[in-house]
Design a binder for this molecule. Structure first.
Ligand SMILES: Cc1cc2nc3c(=O)[nH]c(=O)nc-3n(C[C@H](O)[C@H](O)[C@H](O)COP(=O)(O)OP(=O)(O)OC[C@H]3O[C@@H](n4cnc5c(N)ncnc54)[C@H](O)[C@@H]3O)c2cc1C
Length: 373
């Protein structure tokens, strides 16, 4: 495995890093991963379990800090996180301008998770496999064969180079690794989230084309809080108009947003592959790869599945698996629906009422909207 050379002396380690007992940054790793979201951590664990030396660099001080509603579909991955589930929902409420449907399933198909708890769990599993995770370390520059990281310490900022054999861009929707590869993001959505200090019982999906076009607003209960938010295709509604629509909708639902933090982020769904060659082996996973759903904004499942897939392919290039093939198919199906909506926006009222009716009549299984479905 790689030759490890100690780059940092004790004085240059930030106080936060010292209390977190971060490992020391070495000069070479087999795999360097940018970003400690679910995609990066899943990929890191798989590579380390197979014997590679792995470093994950995360610019934030805390793992899991992310604008997100925390909804996670049951398909496949939820079983692994059972003990950190906040709430599960065997029934869902779909609301349109004309209908309100209660969809009941024998088994819950969706749950909510706290992203920090999810991040900590995945980081723990990665560390146990031998991954070195560095928090508060931003990847500033990418080159073929090495990256430049920026470490904050008492004296200011210090830059260091770290060499890699494989580089994984798991750095979210505004990925620096993706930019280095010269890939643009032409297909993206925008999501708004507000975590209210109230509790609610029901998980609700509000389809209202006049406010959200092909997107929707949600009410996702957590144990002690409730996430409300909205998602829309950026080509159909600007970020500014989505915010206005969200506020109009929230007020109509009786939510008081005064003094609440409303946070928003882009969601990249411009998927152009995961494996790239640019003098060295470079991969993209999760939102960096554009693997979130363009229709619903769901991306945690895609992040975990693509992270594990890429981790396995790094270790064994011929590796294939069914979950990733299914994910690519779901992504393409959702993209088709988004493109249809762009071309025929006037069909949306009829489509949302029709979808709700089919769900009510049990003619359309609700898990068809899942990325793992
Ligand atoms: C409002 C909103 C609500 C959402 N709700 C849901 C939901 O309910 N369910 C669902 O499945 N999905 C949801 N999503 C999408 C989901 O959050 C993402 O798809 C998912 O987090 C993608 O995981 P990831 O690991 O690819 O990227 P991220 O979780 O974004 O992780 C990327 C990490 O890289 C780090 N990073 C970035 N640049 C650098 C750098 N230069 N150096 C070091 N670190 C860097 C970031 O700090 C971040 O921690 C939502 C998104 C939004 C915006």
């Amino acid at each position: 495995m790689s030759e490890k050379i100690k780059l940092q002396n004790k004085n240059s380690i930030s106080p936060e890093a010292e209390t977190r007992a971060d490992p020391i940054i070495f000069q070479n790793y087999d795999t360097v991963i940018v970003g400690a979201g679910p995609a990066g951590l899943a990929c890191a664990r798989v590579c380390a379990e197979a014997g590679a030396t792995v470093a994950v660099f995360e610019r934030r001080e805390q793992i899991g800090e992310k604008v997100c509603a925390g909804g996670i579909t049951m398909h496949g991955i939820l079983d692994r996180f059972k003990d950190i589930v906040q709430c599960t929902f065997p029934s869902q409420t779909i609301v349109t301008p004309w209908q309100r449907a209660e969809i009941h399933a024998k088994k819950a198909i969706i749950a909510t998770l706290n992203r920090i708890e999810l991040g900590e769990r995945m980081a723990q599993e990665a560390r146990e496999a031998g991954v070195h995770i560095f928090l508060g370390v931003q990847v500033k520059k990418i080159n073929s064969g090495f990256i430049t990281v920026c470490i904050k310490n008492k004296l200011g900022e210090e830059e260091q180079q770290v060499h890699y054999t494989c580089l994984v861009g798991a750095d979210g929707s505004n990925s620096r690794v993706r930019r280095f590869l010269g890939l643009s993001v032409d297909l993206k959505g925008f999501g708004i989230n507000c975590q209210l200090p109230i509790t609610r019982e029901k998980m609700e999906w509000h389809l209202n084309p006049a406010l959200f076009a092909s997107g929707y607003a949600w009410i996702f209960p957590h144990r002690e809080t409730t996430s409300i938010g909205a998602y829309a295709d950026s080509r159909m509604i600007s970020a500014r108009d989505l915010r206005k629509s969200f506020e109009t909708w929230a007020e109509a639902q009786g939510f008081n947003l005064e003094g609440q933090q409303i946070r928003a982020e882009n969601i990249n769904f411009d998927y152009q592959g995961i494996e790239f060659k640019k003098d060295s082996r470079i991969y993209l996973v999760g939102d960096a790869a554009g693997l979130a759903s363009g229709l619903t904004g769901e991306g945690i499942y895609s992040a975990v599945i693509s992270g594990e897939y890429v981790g396995n392919r790094i270790m064994k290039p011929s590796w294939e698996n069914e979950a990733f093939t299914r994910l690519e198919a779901s992504h393409a199906r959702h993209l088709k629906a988004v493109r249809y909506a762009r071309i025929h926006p006037n069909h949306l009222p009829l489509l949302s009422e029709g979808t709700c009716l089919l769900l009510r009549l049990g003619l359309l299984p609700i898990n068809k909207a899942e990325m793992g479905g």
